[in-house]
Design a protein around this ligand. Structure first.
Ligand SMILES: C[S@@+](CC[C@H](N)C(=O)[O-])C[C@H]1O[C@@H](n2cnc3c(N)ncnc32)[C@H](O)[C@@H]1O
Length: 322
């Protein structure tokens, strides 16, 4: 039984500070099945800290009671609250910057080529999927970046009306904020280069994304653990900073299913600590400065494995938990 002995904790957590190993195991398994999140042993505090509010609001006295309510929750409303509370929504505009530079240098010219030669995949459009888009900063960064590109000399001719960006997340709360496209001054200033400020206008003390940029992104709810083939084929997929929360089996399953949706020569972008070299034969790693793009090409995967052993050691088998 993990118990915070301090009475301040007891007052604050209202009984949620006590969790037995049996209760933890039941909740851990439930959450894993619900969304793939791998809460390893020793991370009881995650459940206590993130779910205590819901535990109290539902009048629970024990975690066994809370688990029971979840199991009996036919409408899924409680499960939805758990997902929003347990998931990490950390994000920012142009997060890590280098990946976006690599996208502009390598991915966008391919879009232009595809549009010019009409080698587009389904629906005659260039299709981008931003999986795990959180509160929207990532897909909006992409929409702003591609708009800038289309107005630059290299990108002249790129038809933005034939570019579709689909952004998905499991959390309704994150999706709701993303669709609004309104950000606090802190979120707005975090990572946004000054030349992109023109895409925002003041809304009270906050900042609103330009409606044209907002209209470029279509937000949908999607659990990456479930099937996603209904989304169709894509020319580029970003799946950043979410795989780290899954175990290696779930991670690889998602990456391989993404591969099925990408055409040859299309790219996948993962988070910096989510390397997949040596774990799947569907992609070849292309190093663009400090960033890595994974190009769909099953034939060359073995070759890349040989030349990138140093990278393999750093990136393979990192099974982080939240
Ligand atoms: C840390 S944020 C990353 C946001 C963005 N991709 C970035 O790199 O800035 C992780 C996001 O993954 C979402 N997520 C967690 N589990 C998920 C799942 N099973 N299916 C889809 N999204 C999930 C969370 O709701 C959260 O918004």
């Amino acid at each position: 039984m993990l118990k915070y002995s301090n009475s301040i904790f007891s007052n604050y957590f209202g009984g949620a500070e006590k969790i037995s190993s049996h209760e933890f195991e039941a909740l851990r398994k439930y959450i894993y099945k619900l969304c793939g999140l791998n809460i390893t042993k020793g991370k009881e505090y995650l459940i206590i800290h993130r779910l205590a509010e819901i535990f109290k609001a539902n009048g629970c006295k024990t975690w066994a009671e809370f688990h029971e309510k979840l199991v009996r929750d036919r409408k899924g409303a409680l499960a939805e609250e758990v997902i929003s509370a347990i998931s990490t929504n950390e994000t920012s505009f142009f997060r890590d910057s280098h990946p976006f530079e690599s996208v502009r240098a390598k991915v966008f010219p391919k879009f232009l080529e595809k549009q010019r030669s009409a080698r587009t995949r389904s629906s005659g459009k260039v299709r981008i999927w931003c999986a795990a888009s959180s509160t929207g900063q990532e897909p909006y960064s992409l929409a702003m970046l591609i708009s800038e590109y289309a107005n630059s000399s290299e990108g002249r001719g790129l038809d933005l009306s034939r570019v579709e960006i689909i952004a998905t997340d499991i959390s309704n709360k994150a999706l709701e904020a993303a669709r609004k496209g309104i950000y606090s001054t802190m979120d707005y200033s975090r990572g946004l280069p000054s030349n992109y400020r023109k895409y925002f206008k003041r809304k009270g003390s906050d900042w609103e994304v330009d409606p044209k940029i907002r209209a470029m992104v279509n937000f949908r709810k999607l659990n990456l653990v479930d099937s996603f083939s209904h989304l169709g084929d894509f020319d580029f997929v970003l799946c950043r900073n979410v795989l780290i929360y899954f175990d290696s089996e779930t991670r690889l399953g998602i990456v391989n299913r993404i591969a099925d949706m990408l055409g040859e020569d299309s790219y996948l972008l993962l988070g910096a600590s989510e390397g997949i070299i040596g774990q799947t034969d569907h992609f070849v790693a292309e190093y663009v400065g400090p960033a890595i793009l994974y190009r769909k090409d099953s034939g060359e995967a073995l070759k890349t494995r040989k030349i990138s052993s140093g990278f393999n050691r750093r990136s393979v088998g990192k099974s982080a938990t939240a």
